[in-house]
Design a protein around this ligand. Structure first.
Ligand SMILES: Cc1cc2nc3c(=O)[nH]c(=O)nc-3n(C[C@H](O)[C@H](O)[C@H](O)COP(=O)(O)OP(=O)(O)OC[C@H]3O[C@@H](n4cnc5c(N)ncnc54)[C@H](O)[C@@H]3O)c2cc1C
Length: 319
């Protein structure tokens, strides 16, 4: 066992057998895997190269009772400065195949939504245009039912293949999981929520059902959506997108601006000058800085307007 790790050599060997030893790293900083560019080291990062290897890795962790965190593009995550204990399964790098057949696009969980949309445009398929600027992987987008411009993942998703964790056992470990396919109608997808999230399912791949379109018009629409994002959002600075969910009847960004918090800083974390709904890493921000700023914004908005802001950004790991 490594000095700081909670992972035994036996489990490391089993993970190496499941995913290939070259696809394991120890104590890799999660700042390399989050769009916030923040986050301490993960005990182990595993990069499986096939969906069957993902299943083997997840089963290995379940049986050994080792905590697992699945990470896509890290675009919705604030990882604590002390990092993540257990195993991080990173899907973006090695699990990103995309194929088109008729009006369907099939993508592995680590494929970027952007690349799925580009493949769809090449195949003259319409439907992904409003979503393509979301910096999500397919798995992360299904987990959150990511959406933009009145569209969401559920609108174009036909089905997902998932790993369903096995039953909890008396010693705290779990039985092997099983792979099954869910139609979108059975995924309970709502505003930034889904059965994937609620039941801890792991998306392995997804099939999108699109409509025939005109390739040139699809690209014009994509460019238009991208311009709108560039105009409004601080894309030039590291962030995790909208920091807070939209409170009913309000816009988080407007409340924060009206509270006089534009540009407000805690350490390297700052309320964006361009869009107050985004906390950005203005340079050298720690997770503690971002957390401190989130709490300050929540307190001020509550004090001034009586509105509770709920974070959309997911805080994981040790702070
Ligand atoms: C500049 C910017 C703009 C953004 N704009 C939008 C927007 O317009 N609309 C929007 O909805 N979001 C937006 N976001 C937030 C973010 O992109 C979405 O929440 C996205 O769905 C996260 O996907 P991800 O692959 O990065 O997931 P991650 O951040 O890696 O993970 C998020 C959650 O999903 C889980 N997860 C990841 N992969 C899987 C999988 N294969 N199976 C099961 N669970 C999984 C993780 O465990 C974690 O709980 C934006 C973010 C940024 C940085």
């Amino acid at each position: 066992m490594h000095e700081y790790s909670q992972i035994s050599d036996e489990v490391l060997c089993a993970l190496g057998a499941a995913a290939g030893e070259d696809n394991l790293t120890l104590f890799e900083p999660m700042s390399a895997h989050t769009t916030f560019k923040i986050g301490g080291p993960a005990d182990v990062v595993v990069r499986p190269t096939s969906t069957s290897d993902v299943v083997k890795v997840l089963d290995t962790c379940a049986i050994a009772n080792v905590p697992v965190t699945v990470v896509g593009n890290g675009s919705d995550l604030l990882v604590g400065d002390r990092g993540i204990r257990g195993v991080v399964v990173l899907l973006r790098e090695n699990l990103s195949a995309i194929s088109c057949e008729g009006t369907r696009v099939h993508a592995e969980a680590g494929a970027l939504l952007r690349d799925v949309a580009l493949a769809a445009a090449d195949a003259e398929l319409t439907g992904m245009e409003p979503l393509w600027g979301i910096p999500a992987t397919v798995g992360g987008a299904c987990h959150m039912n990511a959406g933009a411009y009145d569209a969401c993942c559920a609108d174009v998703l036909e089905s997902v293949d998932v790993y369903e964790p096995g039953e909890p056992l008396a010693d705290g470990s779990r039985a092997r999981g099983m792979v099954r396919t869910y139609k979108t109608a059975d995924l309970k997808m709502g505003y930034r929520k889904s059965r994937v999230h609620d039941e801890g399912l792991i998306v392995l791949s997804a099939t999108f059902s699109l409509a025939p379109g005109n390739g040139r018009m699809i690209r014009v629409a994509m460019d238009d959506y991208q311009k709108r994002r560039e105009e409004k959002q601080p894309l030039e600075m590291p962030s995790a997108g909208s920091t807070f969910k939209r409170p009913e009847g309000y816009f988080a960004g407007k409340l924060i601006m009206d509270a006089g918090l534009r540009g407000c800083r805690v350490g390297g974390a700052q309320v964006s000058e361009k869009h107050c709904g985004f906390v950005v890493n203005a340079g050298g921000a720690t997770a503690a800085d971002v957390n401190g700023l989130i709490e300050h914004v929540q307190e001020e908005v509550k004090r001034q307007f009586g509105v509770d802001l709920e974070p959309e950004v997911q805080r994981i790991g040790e702070f």
